[in-house]
Ligand binder design. Sequence first.
Ligand code: GAR
Length: 199
Amino acid sequence: MLTVAVLISGTGSNLRALLDEAADPDFPARVVAVGADREAPGFAHAEAYGIPTFFVPWVQFDSREAWGRELGEQLKVWQPDLVVLSGLMRLLPSSLVDEWSPRIINTHPAYLPEFPGAHGVRDALAAEVSQTGASVIVVDNGVDSGPILAQERVPVLRGDDEHALHERIKPVERRLLIDVVRRVATGDLDLATASTNHS
Ligand code: GAR
């Protein structure tokens, strides 16, 4: 059974989908802890499933390194096989990425390498593209630049605002994330190989 820690910053709807899936005894992964950089509303989903939460408040640290060190300490408590960034809106320090690589993955609401960063949906709308997408990647030391594990296109519709488009992207993200976690758990997807093959 693959053990997973999920890191969030917000509402945690993708986390919720993973928790719902992992409640199925046939799903080959379990969420063992949920962490955040703030008191995230998404903690409620973890609490509903009786899953431990921890938060490492970004505002209480004077550097990304110091924050990341504490986050790393918290992760070590749970010893997850995989760390999923599901809406964590902070870049991890390279020391933490290097320590966990390639066992950290991230979901992103755009078809990478298009529109990386904190505003993937807004940037796609501003660029007036007719389609954007969702991606799941291995985290590396760039901004959403790691090896792509899964991605799918999502159309931009006339009249879309950021919220409407994001809400249409999220179900696709959820499906991709759950599929990637399942494939990692079953051994169908080897993160080390996926990372090595990335050019
Ligand atoms: C998701 O769309 C996720 O991809 C995005 O934040 C949202 C979190 O939603 N992450 C990023 O944009 C990271 N660059 P949720 O809290 O409802 O799951």
